[in-house]
Ligand binder design. Structure first.
Ligand code: NAD
Length: 436
């Protein structure tokens, strides 16, 4: 099939590359000229494990192309995917301007039947809005389908090639057949393609992300309570997660969820609720708790140093909002950096993939190290913000040789308490206490 993908961010590029991998001919469109020029030279603009191999292979085999020209990209395409940003608007609702602008452009371009697929995360009713915008501009036949994306950054290729399920919202039999044919190679192991109406598909994505954000937040609250009463959240987590009704995933406490999806999607669903006269009390509470949780480690730093950290230097391991990505959108590390610098402290940061993005955002507000150990040079303490594998089993002798004092604040619970006690560290983590 001939496919156009509009928007080549984390979702669009993975979508385009993976569809090319199953033999389709794909043209990816983006308005960012620099990005498109780089991709045309064969340079991949994001860090996403395993994507580079597929990207190179499909370019070489002539199935994956890049352009800034929407009209030429969609001319022969049967399916047009919209993988455009839907950032939070000023009032917290999803900003649909990117989607509606492209819908308007498409209305002036398309000459024959197209299936226009919305892959972005959008509020209920967006397929209808896109349809109306197009209908105002063209008399050509088309169908607008909602096909929310569930990939996780860091596992995006695997998630796309072997999805737990594919959700397709359409009331058109013709579009349904096209989508079924397109996705068949991805569900050969029997995972379902779940067909439903457009509105239910749009809400499915928000419900999934809001549920996951709630699960994380619930566990963060249990962790905070563990600290008050002297329980160990690791034990509680294991005891709870083995209940098959609950399951072991998304139960790891930490310094709050971040990223480009959970914060904006929870906020957008709560806002959609309000607009429809429904108050999502649970989501309001999730957002409030998560904001506080992002500074949980800083509270521990403050408590350790009696509230005065001016002039202190902190090494920070991890900047990305989670491991295996260079994405720093809404990363808890950024909130921690602001809080530390505001209090007069210095930050020496290291992240395996996200440092360029942070440099672009905060510049020389902090300093950047070449390696995880270099970040420790002369620092008063180490803070851990992201659970990259490389941080899981470090050389503690090397760490103590570089830090002024053996002090670690760990927002991701990477180390065993017994081990840290034996090594003589002052070690603060989330929901666990050294005194147990
Ligand atoms: P992104 O910001 O990484 O990428 C968006 C791309 O669209 C950018 O390259 C931008 O230049 C391009 N763009 C903007 N306007 C354009 C236009 N008029 N024409 C062509 N290109 C244009 O975004 P993303 O993370 O890929 O997310 C896209 C959507 O998918 C969002 O709705 C998001 O909520 C959703 N989503 C994201 C993830 C994720 O993990 N990142 C997962 C599932 C769903």
């Amino acid at each position: 099939m001939k496919i156009a993908v509009v928007g080549t961010g984390y979702v669009g590029l993975v979508t385009g590359t993976c569809f090319a991998e199953t033999g389709n001919e794909v043209i990816c469109v983006d308005i960012n000229e620099e990005k498109v020029a780089a991709m045309q030279r064969g340079e991949i603009p994001i860090y996403e494990p395993h994507l580079d191999v597929l990207f190179e292979r499909n370019i070489k085999q002539g199935r994956l192309h890049f352009t800034t020209d929407l009209a030429s990209a969609v001319k022969d395409a049967k399916i047009i995917f919209l993988a455009l940003p839907t950032p939070p608007g000023e009032d917290g609702s999803a900003d649909l301007s990117y989607i509606l602008k492209v819908a308007e452009d498409l209305g002036g371009i398309i000459q024959d039947y197209k299936v226009i697929v919305d892959k972005s995360t959008v509020p209920v009713g967006t397929a209808e809005k896109v349809t109306n915008v197009l209908k105002d501009k063209t008399s050509v036949q088309f169908d607008v389908v909602s096909n929310p994306e569930f990939l996780r950054e860091g596992f995006a290729v695997d998630d796309f090639l072997k999805p737990d399920r594919v959700v397709v919202g359409t009331s058109s039999e013709k579009a349904r057949k096209v989508m079924e044919e397109l996705y068949k190679p991805f569900v050969r192991q029997g995972n379902p393609i779940i067909f439903m109406d457009e509105k239910s598909a749009e809400l499915t994505k928000y419900a999934a992300n809001s549920f996951l954000a709630t699960k994380i937040t619930f566990m963060n609250e249990i962790a905070n309570f563990c600290e008050k009463v002297g329980a160990d959240v690791d034990m509680v987590r294991r005891g709870v997660g083995t209940d098959t009704r609950i399951g072991p995933r998304f139960l790891f406490p930490g310094i709050g969820y971040g990223g480009s999806c959970f914060p904006k999607d929870v906020q957008a669903l709560a806002k959609s609720g309000k607009e429809s006269g429904y108050e999502f009390k649970i989501l309001e509470s999730v957002m409030e708790t998560n904001e506080k949780q992002k500074l949980r480690l800083i509270e521990k730093v403050d408590a350790h140093y009696g509230g005065d950290i001016a002039g202190k230097t902190f090494a920070m391991w991890g900047l990305a909002f989670k491991p295996d990505t260079d994405d720093i959108r809404e990363a808890p590390a950024l909130y921690m950096i602001d809080a530390l610098v505001e209090r007069g402290a210095k930050v020496q940061a290291y992240d395996p993939e996200a440092m360029d993005n942070v440099k672009r955002l905060v510049g020389d507000k902090i300093s950047y190290a070449e390696s995880m150990y270099e970040a420790l040079d002369g620092a008063d303490a180490l803070l851990i913000a992201t659970e990259w594998s490389a941080f899981r089993n470090p050389d503690f002798e090397k760490i103590s040789g570089k830090l002024k004092e053996k002090v670690i604040f760990d927002g991701r619970n990477l180390y065993e308490l017994d081990r840290m006690r034996d090594l003589g560290y002052s070690y603060e983590s989330i929901g666990r206490s050294m005194d147990l």
